[in-house]
Design a protein around this ligand. Structure first.
Ligand code: ADP
Ligand code: MG
Length: 194
């Protein structure tokens, strides 16, 4: 089996863990959860309700050490910046229509502000921008998962990889999203940040 070294990223709730699992099955690759590797340098931030990396250099070192022991791996993470680019062949960025993402995140019983922040991050494409910034357009595959089942998403990705075809600029939520939703989310974010 060919070696694959993939990173699966995107806003929380877009389906990273689900799709990484599907890809790992197809390729016979190991799924690497970054959180478990960098546990020694993670600290819970009760205000932001999220983990915070206390030492980025140490985190990078721990990740590199672990990845070097593996041939094929699929990393599921939002923390794209912690991974050495030379250890990844393709960065997969999953996208999901923002109102559907809102529904999924609302089910997580997260604080409302955390939902708002993440839906806005999806609308502006924060994950995609970070991925392009780290890996360059030639190594990014952006995938619109909206109304696609897991098999359809996995097939799309494996076909792109087989054909060595990157994809960027696949969706533009800013153009698609209702202006009133955008305004109300921005107002809510202001309140959250105040
Ligand atoms: P992430 O790891 O990015 O936070 P998850 O993989 O946990 O996202 O998926 C979030 C939720 O969405 C889960 O309940 C999962 O079953 C569901 N889900 C993921 N991908 C799809 C899909 N393509 N179609 C429908 N539901 C999905
Ligand atoms: Mg996950």
């Amino acid at each position: 089996m060919r070696m694959v070294r993939l990173l699966v990223t995107g806003t929380p709730g877009v389906g990273k863990t689900t799709i990484a699992t599907g890809l790992a099955r197809i390729y016979g690759a190991t799924i690497v959860g970054l959180d478990e590797i960098i546990t020694p340098v993670l600290k819970w931030d009760p205000e932001l309700q999220t983990y915070h990396v206390t030492n980025e250099n140490e985190a990078r070192k721990l990740i590199t050490e672990r990845l070097k022991t593996l041939n094929s791996y699929i990393i599921d993470t939002v923390a794209v910046n912690l991974i050495d680019v030379s250890l990844i062949d393709w960065c997969i960025v999953l996208r999901l229509e923002p109102t559907q993402l809102m529904d999924r995140l609302t089910q997580r019983s997260w604080p409302h502000c955390k939902v708002v922040e993440n839906v806005l991050a999806e609308i502006v494409g924060s994950s995609l921008v970070m991925a392009i910034n780290m890996f360059g357009r030639d190594r990014v595959i952006e995938v619109d998962t909206t109304n696609k089942n897991v098999d359809e998403v996995v097939n799309y990705i494996t076909n792109r990889i087989a054909d060595r075809r990157p994809a960027v600029g696949v969706v533009d939520w800013l153009d698609d999203v209702d202006t009133n939703l955008l305004i109300s989310l921005s107002k809510e974010l202001d309140i959250c940040l105040s």
